[in-house]
Ligand binder design. Structure first.
Ligand SMILES: NC(=O)C1=CN([C@@H]2O[C@H](COP(=O)(O)OP(=O)(O)OC[C@H]3O[C@@H](n4cnc5c(N)ncnc54)[C@H](O)[C@@H]3O)[C@@H](O)[C@H]2O)[C@@H](O)CC1
Ligand SMILES: [K+]
Length: 215
């Protein structure tokens, strides 16, 4: 059976992997993006016009890295930040520098009717409050359009542990869970809005004798 993790457990395993094992953030991000490429290539996804919606934290950096890999694979892709990129964390800024050096196209605003596929890299396990009002409006509008949405790690708006909706949720057709499925996507609204859940190994190392709260 799939091992489920809470948000805190996922963070503890990520921290161990980076701080104790010594795998860098960029390695994990690249692996998350590559795992997503593999899922997209193997599945029946229309990749004729991909829109990556990226947030300002590490879920966003996965999205920016993915936009670069899609562009390098000659798949038409546009990268759009949700929020002011000047306030993005350093990982996002480093990924953006690489994406721009490779010529990834950016948009400030998009008509959600246009993309054949939307990648949700807005919020991941770090979500700790209701989505900002403007974002709630945006995801509700996007939900009204018959787009295919692939969520990175967890759909934006779902609490990784409780599965509750924090204000609004961007409903996904597929959720690619990095390392482990988050318990919040196995219950209630989280389950209902995650679509098909595909767990992908990104090289996280679980400490010996780690106790998972869900066995
Ligand atoms: N930490 C790591 O080593 C890795 C993280 N990964 C990705 O990173 C994600 C987690 O990244 P982060 O912890 O940076 O968090 P997120 O990218 O989910 O969120 C970014 C930040 O936004 C802020 N925030 C939370 N709720 C908010 C709200 N309602 N309104 C405004 N701001 C809010 C918080 O400060 C949070 O840290 C995972 O889901 C996964 O996709 C993967 O790249 C693998 C490695
Ligand atoms: K997401």
């Amino acid at each position: 059976m799939t091992q489920l993790v809470t948000g805190d457990e996922q963070r503890a395993i990520e921290t161990y992997t980076m701080d104790e094992v010594g795998l860098g953030q960029a390695v994990l991000t690249e692996r998350a993006a590559m795992a997503t490429m593999n899922v997209l290539a193997a599945g029946n996804y229309d990749l004729s016009k991909v829109l990556v919606l990226a947030g300002l934290g590490n879920n966003g950096s996965d999205g920016v890295a993915l936009a670069r890999l899609l562009h390098q694979a000659k798949i038409p892709v546009t990268l759009q930040f949700v929020g002011n990129v000047k306030r993005a964390n350093d990982n996002v800024k480093a990924q953006l520098k690489a994406a721009e050096a490779c010529g990834v196209e950016r948009a400030e605003k998009s008509d959600f009717k246009e993309p054949s596929l939307i990648i949700d890299a807005i919020f991941g396990t770090g979500l700790n409050a209701d989505l900002p009002d403007g974002l709630q409006k945006m995801v509700k509008a996007a939900n009204h359009i018959d787009n295919t949405v692939v969520a990175l790690d967890i759909p934006t708006g779902i609490d990784a542990t409780s599965g509750e909706i924090r204000g609004a949720v961007l409903k996904a057709s597929t959720t690619i869970a990095f390392g482990f499925q988050k318990v919040g996507t196995s219950r209630g609204a989280g389950k209902k809005n995650s679509g098909r859940i595909i767990v992908q190994d990104i090289g996280l190392i679980t400490p010996e004798n780690f106790t998972f709260s869900i066995k």
